[in-house]
Design a protein around this ligand. Structure first.
Ligand code: FAD
Length: 199
């Protein structure tokens, strides 16, 4: 994935701003995605998804702080896509962030410690195509606080173990869903997949 942002989208990228209308756009074709989201502060973020080698970021030779280089890459990689998308790359605020995507092992486990635990992406890294990363991180915090405050636990380690068991099962299920979505959204059947989800 290559991620960028536009701070004042109404002025900087007016065509996309109008198309977004305060919401989110999923564009899919050629087994690639371009997702754009409006933010409450008048900015927008966007990110591309392409199937490529794990070492593409290093081997591509692209300087992701150089807008012109990223724009040139986008024009080649997304050749045939409507020119409206160029507005994002030409007017991005600051540099781009390349994000190779990894997923936690679905059966990961570990022994609970007495004084430390993990929440959010640190505990369950996965591609973002289920759209659940922030929800999961917040739910982790709620469930951890419930276990820490529960009188059923006689010590910290059993409270942490109870939280982690629950969290790992929930995260595995979402990771499974996000892997399916990641594959489907970057396949020739991407449009059918998304229509099935929303209908
Ligand atoms: C392109 C993209 C799109 C996404 N879209 C969605 C979406 O639509 N919906 C959704 O729910 N989720 C989405 N996610 C996932 C979501 O962003 C993450 O799941 C969420 O941010 C995880 O929160 P976190 O607090 O665990 O980690 P982070 O948000 O990564 O926060 C960790 C923080 O720790 C800091 N940090 C790291 N190392 C150190 C250190 N050594 N010392 C001090 N601080 C440190 C980092 O700078 C960072 O601020 C998306 C992710 C990406 C990359």
């Amino acid at each position: 994935m290559v991620e960028g942002a536009v701070y004042n989208s109404a002025e900087s990228t007016p065509k996309i701003h109008e198309l977004l209308n305060g919401g989110k756009i999923f564009a899919m074709n050629d087994e690639k995605t371009l997702i754009t989201s409006s933010k409450g502060d008048g900015s927008l973020v966007f990110y591309t998804g392409c199937k490529t080698d794990e070492d593409w970021v290093r081997n591509s030779g692209i300087d992701f702080t150089d807008k012109a280089q990223v724009l040139t890459w986008f024009k080649t990689e997304f050749a045939g896509w409507d020119s409206i998308w160029l507005e994002l790359f030409a007017n991005a605020s600051g540099g781009f962030i390349p994000r190779p995507q990894y997923c936690m092992p679905l059966d990961q486990t570990w022994e609970a410690q007495t004084n430390i635990t993990m929440l959010g992406d640190a505990a369950h890294l996965m591609p973002p195509f289920a759209g659940e990363g922030v929800n999961m991180a917040m739910l982790d915090a709620v469930e951890l606080s419930e276990q820490l405050n529960s009188e059923t636990h006689t010590n910290l380690q059993t409270a942490i173990a109870a939280y982690e068991t629950q969290m790992r099962a929930r995260a595995s299920e979402t990771a499974r869903e996000t892997l399916v979505a990641t594959e489907a959204l970057h396949s020739p059947e991407a449009i059918e997949f998304i229509i099935n989800i929303i209908s």
